[in-house]
Design a protein around this ligand. Structure first.
Ligand code: ZN
Length: 356
């Protein structure tokens, strides 16, 4: 080897080491709770919620720090710990998402409401009997649900650029898959959130307008992100305790497609074309207590006035005939015979007259 080329080789080697150091230095590690991931790595840990007026708790958290720079996406599931499809879908994504292929960082909370999951209690956190998707942004001196909500607001929402909240039909809800899109009148943010919800690919999308913009009264997780300027969507699949593989696939594939639309994964997204847009959701509430007999299934399209089911007393006598207050699609219908006055029997989505 000639002397000059040896020098050139040495200079190149020093340059490459410098560049490697620089690129490493530019992409710092990312920590959420006790999960700390270096670039190109995945780490697991816990968000630890200290004891307050009630017991301490901890939530599993995964940080997937991509090899390449990019935005931060939060994926959150299990606020309702018996909406199993959403939880199982995020469990699949923990192993599927490869940090070497990702631009940016994914913060993944697969199970917010551990007591609900463990004790098989639908709708609420059994520790304080509160829904874990109604008390955002949370508070430090509140009950467990409020303390968890505050930690998620600070550690997850505030540090993300985008957020997807996953739900589904709970143990007593027979639900067809759908998504929520909540426009804010902020053009750039709405364009991104709309791209996200279309890329996710669920074929029914509820337009959720007029939500609180008061940062201290956002109530829902997605609205907590939206009000803080982060494009976010809600997706729902699965029903009544089942874990069907096609429902899980909807949420897994939808997430991958959304990450492609956000340029966090290579490849093209597969957006839904011409989804059914719903501009209103009407609750059907029970007028009486007794045994519920449905006459429609999840996803059925019904006309105003159509009988959707009836309620009998415990002697078999019909006490309430339930008719559709409006025409639309049955988003979910009560899946079990138990019913008491004031319970939600069904939600009917009203088809929008035109796409937004
Ligand atoms: Zn839910």
């Amino acid at each position: 080897m000639l002397r000059s080329s040896r020098h050139r080789f040495a200079a190149l080697a020093i340059f490459l080491v410098f560049m490697a150091y620089r690129s490493h230095a530019q992409r710092p590690s990312f920590s959420v709770g006790t999960a700390m991931a270096n670039p190109g790595k995945k780490a697991t840990g816990y968000l630890e919620v200290p004891a307050g007026v009630d017991s301490a708790t901890k939530l599993p958290v995964v940080v997937i720090n991509g090899a390449k720079p990019g935005p931060v996406l939060a994926l959150v599931s299990g606020a309702h710990g018996t909406e199993y499809v959403s939880i199982v879908a995020l469990e699949k994504l923990i192993s599927l998402l490869d940090p070497s292929e990702i631009s940016g960082t994914v913060i993944l909370l697969p199970l917010v409401n551990v007591p609900s999951f463990e004790q098989k209690v639908p709708h609420v956190n059994p520790i304080d009997n509160k829904s874990m998707n109604r008390f955002y942004p949370g508070k430090a001196d509140g009950t467990q649900t409020e303390r968890v909500s505050l930690l998620i607001t600070k550690e997850v929402v505030d540090r993300s650029d985008y957020l997807i909240d996953y739900h589904g039909g709970d143990l007593d809800e027979s639900l067809r898959p759908y998504a929520y899109w909540a426009p804010t009148e902020k053009e750039a943010q709405d364009r991104i959130s709309k791209e996200m919800v279309l890329a996710f690919g669920l074929d029914h999308i509820i337009i959720w307008r007029d939500r609180s913009t008061d940062l201290n009264a956002t109530r829902y997780l997605d609205n907590t992100a939206t009000a803080r300027g982060k494009a976010s969507i809600v997706v729902e699949a699965g029903y009544a305790g089942t874990v069907e593989s096609d429902d899980v696939a909807l949420l897994v594939n939808g997430t991958l497609s959304t990450m492609r639309s956000l340029k966090m994964l290579a490849g093209d997204p597969h957006p839904i074309e011409n989804p059914v847009w719903l501009d209103r959701v009407v609750d059907v509430i029970s007028d009486g207590s007794g045994i519920w007999y449905p006459l429609v299934k999840r996803g059925t399209y019904i006309q105003q006035g159509m009988k959707v089911g009836y309620v009998t007393d415990y002697f078999g006598k019909t006490i309430v005939e339930v008719r559709a207050p409006i025409g639309g699609v049955v988003l979910h219908v009560n899946a079990v015979p138990s019913l008491k006055r004031g319970d939600n029997i069904a939600n009917i989505g009203v088809v929008a007259s035109h796409a937004p």
